[in-house]
Design a protein around this ligand. Structure first.
Ligand code: SF4
Length: 272
């Protein structure tokens, strides 16, 4: 699934993004889906490079706008499975508004957020996911803002599938991604990943190896856990698992049903 003409990649040694991509490639292979029917959209940032490395129809879009771009793509070609693959800053700061509304509408997208709790590419500024405490370039005395709990946010906005795994949990992550590819509606998968050049060092979690060790030793798998209880502080255990798996009409389903009722024979169902 990788574009050989784009190798070597630009990710730093010990970065977790490549591991997440490996799980995604496994999910693609296991899904049995037609690769011509899958498109991947990324925003800006280190994770945003992903779209350029995959041998799929891929779009590397502007900062924070991966979800609206993906929405347009999905509505223009409803037969496509559209995956958004981007980072925590791109999806939940600059693109935070789009994230909320796509989940609220139950837009049929799979959104993978590689969360390294910082702005990696631009030098380690505080992100909306940075936990309380660690120093960042824009928080030299430590972060005092509450960070987003992304599974809770996605759940509260209406996502039909919500999971969190770390790059230690490669098999569970690949399974979640496969389920996400096969699920209809707004799917959200958070992948905790080290950014060893920036965040981990400042948080005294050590290098990438140390941080994955932390994921291994402190993760508690709690499938079905209430998302409000799965917050993250890096001072204790990390709760991972599949938290939400429910059914709800997608935006297209609702639109077709509504206009079918209002307009009757004058309306032609759009998409699937
Ligand atoms: Fe990965 Fe951080 Fe390097 Fe970006 S800056 S490639 S997130 S390790």
């Amino acid at each position: 699934f990788l574009r050989k003409d784009r190798i070597p990649h630009i990710w730093c040694p010990g970065c977790g993004i490549g591991t997440s991509l490996n799980s995604f490639c496994r999910a693609l292979a296991d899904s049995g889906m037609d690769m011509d029917q899958i498109a991947i959209v990324s925003g800006i940032g280190c994770t945003g490079r992903t779209a350029g490395y995959l041998n799929l129809d891929s779009f590397h879009t502007t900062h924070g706008r991966a979800i609206p771009f993906a929405t347009g793509l999905k509505l223009a070609n409803p037969n496509l499975k559209v995956v958004v693959y981007s980072g925590d800053g791109d999806l939940t700061a600059i693109g935070g508004n789009h994230f909320m509304h796509a989940a609220r509408r139950n837009m049929d997208l799979m959104v993978v957020c590689v969360n390294n709790f910082t702005y990696g590419m631009t030098g380690g500024q505080v992100a909306p996911t940075t936990p309380l405490g660690p120093t960042q370039t824009t928080m030299p005395y430590g972060n005092f803002e509450n960070g987003f709990n992304l599974p809770f946010l996605a759940d509260a906005c209406g996502a039909v599938y919500v999971a969190r795994w770390t790059v230690y949990h490669v098999r569970q992550l690949a399974k979640a991604m496969k389920e996400g590819l096969q699920k209809k509606g707004f799917v959200f998968i958070e992948v905790m990943a080290p950014c060893p050049t920036l965040y981990s060092r400042r948080n005294r979690l050590g290098d990438g190896v140390d941080q994955v060790k932390y994921y291994k030793e402190r993760s508690q798998i709690k499938n079905g856990a209430e998302t409000k209880d799965v917050g993250l502080t890096f001072q204790g255990d990390i709760v991972v698992g599949k938290f939400v798996d429910r059914e709800r009409p997608t935006w297209l389903d609702s639109m077709n049903e509504h206009f079918g009722k209002v307009l009757g024979d004058k309306f032609q169902t759009y998409g699937g």
